[in-house]
Design a binder for this molecule. Structure first.
Ligand code: ATP
Length: 299
């Protein structure tokens, strides 16, 4: 019987991993109706990562043949760098993240990770290398421990329990969990404890810490959290970014002022790039967006 259950357990693991991966991506990219059409080339090797730098080389892309969205994007993100991506709504920020995941292939140009064209490596290895913290995570109707540790073959054995605890600590959600009468065994989701937006985002951060990918995409929440929660989440996101190559899609500029570099996207073109202070001095699109947000938050 044990021999029968082992493969079933493995299947369950594969299924959970894929399902949760897709749910996270769907949550982040609103992908439900996207047709996933890319395929591995026969005999594709796995992505090998030594220094996880990202390069976009003259990338052109459009969802529909008669409407191009990205018009020849060129940029690099160095290994270990934290780069924020900003720009008006519809500029193409999420599209860049989708291409990096290879939900679509560019029409022209190439995307490289550590020098390897991502269209030439297996999708499995590509997606294993990238962690996403979506702005609104989907939780399973299961325990909070399961929700952090999903995808692990036996998520509640001793070794994993320690890893899950450490991840919860890193995501600054451990004190909250420890206050619950049933701790990590607390049921969450529709039929259990409802978590706030900030708490759900911490669960997503804990998952990412547990996955430990070399590349992370952060999709910052659009909805305003209260400023204390925002500061706390920011501090934990900074912890996730440390030692990894990070692309942060930012909707509120206040949260990215200390990124290594900011890419400002406008209508599918790179309008400006630089550090916060440099961009303010330039007095271009970024400075204008910044001034508008300052005015809004004062109002
Ligand atoms: P926001 O800040 O509002 O999330 P964004 O910069 O992330 O915007 P994208 O989601 O990348 O913008 O969208 C860029 C353009 O591509 C938009 O004009 C959008 O309408 C279009 N677009 C996005 N997804 C699809 C799709 N699945 N099919 C067709 N067009 C799409």
């Amino acid at each position: 019987l044990v021999q029968l259950f082992r493969p079933l357990d493995l299947l369950g693991f594969v299924y959970r991993t894929i399902r949760q991966g897709l749910i996270d991506m769907a949550a982040m990219f609103k992908l439900i109706d996207a047709d996933v059409e890319v395929k591995d080339v026969p005999g594709a090797p796995a992505l090998r990562i030594d220094r996880p730098g990202i390069t976009f080389e003259n990338v052109h892309f459009g969802y529909d043949p008669d409407r191009e969205i990205l018009h020849g994007l060129d940029f690099e993100i160095g290994a270990g760098e934290t780069v924020a991506l900003v720009g008006p709504s519809g500029a193409g920020k999420s599209t860049i993240a989708r291409l990096l995941f290879r939900f679509y292939d560019p029409r022209a140009g190439r995307i490289l990770i550590d020098g390897q064209d991502i269209s030439k490596v297996t999708q499995e290895s590509l997606r294993a290398a990238i962690g996403i913290v979506p702005q609104d995570s989907v939780l399973f109707n299961d325990t909070i421990g399961y929700n952090i540790g999903y995808g692990r073959p036996s998520h509640m054995d001793d070794a994993d329990e320690d890893a899950i605890r450490e991840a919860a600590r890193g995501a600054a959600i451990l004190p909250f969990i420890e206050m619950l009468p049933e701790g990590f065994e607390t049921q969450v989701g529709e039929r259990g404890l409802k978590l706030s937006g900030g708490e759900k985002q911490r669960v997503a951060i804990a998952r990412t810490l547990l996955k430990n990918p070399p590349i992370v995409i952060l999709d910052e929440a659009t909805s305003a959290l209260d400023s204390r929660t925002e500061q706390e989440i920011l501090a934990t996101l900074n912890r996730v970014a440390r030692g990894r190559t990070t692309l942060a899609i930012a909707h509120r500029l206040s949260t990215i002022a200390d990124a290594d570099r900011i890419l400002v996207l406008e209508n599918g073109r790179l309008a400006e790039q630089g550090r916060h202070a440099e961009l303010l001095r330039r007095d271009g699109l970024y400075a204008e967006m910044w001034a508008r947000q300052q005015a809004d938050s004062e109002a």
